[in-house]
Design a protein around this ligand. Sequence first.
Ligand code: ATR
Length: 281
Amino acid sequence: MTESISGATLIYGVIGDPVRHSFSPRMMNAAFASLDMDARYLAFPVKSENIQDALAGIRALNVSGVNVTVPHKSSVIPHLDEVTPLAEKIGAVNTISNVQGCLTGTNTDYSGFIRSLKTLNCSPQNKTIALLGAGGSARALLAGLADAGASRVLVHNRTAERAEKLVSDISQYFPETKLESVSLQSIHETPLDLLVNTTTVGMVSTESPLDLAQCQNIGLLVDIIYSPNQTPLLRQAEELGIASANGVGMLLYQGCDAFTFWTGKQAPEQVMREQLLSLIE
Ligand code: ATR
């Protein structure tokens, strides 16, 4: 593969800390290769104190685009030339393009999640939805669900103040959607079209963020964790016959949308999906 690198090879990448275990280099390089594009994607470990220098470096070295991951999704914003309106509302950017030194940030976590719901035949429009968690992922998803026309979204977080802050931040932009910070009890008692787990519970532990047996009807459960591919929450959904999906779809489509944002081309979805699944199984 190295012999095909030329003087015109375009460079893309991901900046974050840590980035060593990111699946994006494999997914994006598979996409470039399948379309015979003269482009490569690398992982750049960037410490928080170096974020401004890293963005100046992207301009100076003419890196064509980067993904942004933990912990830089919010801190990059002041250093960009443009931010798309939704990324601005969310307060987080996960994809940056560099067009002749002009850095534009967008958020494909949001669009990728909504797109993954579509493939599950789920439209948030006029739906009652519950979101577990109030971290960075919850912020993008809550804005995405409200923007897609959800009628009501209940947010529950272990630390209630964080959920309250999230709800008040996002509510101002989406007055038509009823956003509420609620107790776990309220989640249990409300029939839901969609329940989404954005907490890390189930990724690092064998615990579950809630007991589905105590819930009313749930139309669809999505756990945005993709590794392990079946969390204890997803296992319980299967046992109870609740339709469910893990986070592979969101991961795939945030990548597809970033690819298109940079290149203007349709992403080779199947190639990218196969690459991801080969890394996760
Ligand atoms: P991300 O950017 O992936 O959303 P994050 O910002 O670190 O990650 O957020 C992690 C989420 O998982 C938070 O909502 C966190 O709850 P707190 O705000 O109370 O910390 C939630 N979380 C992590 N461990 C948890 C646990 N053991 N029980 C319940 N919630 C947990």
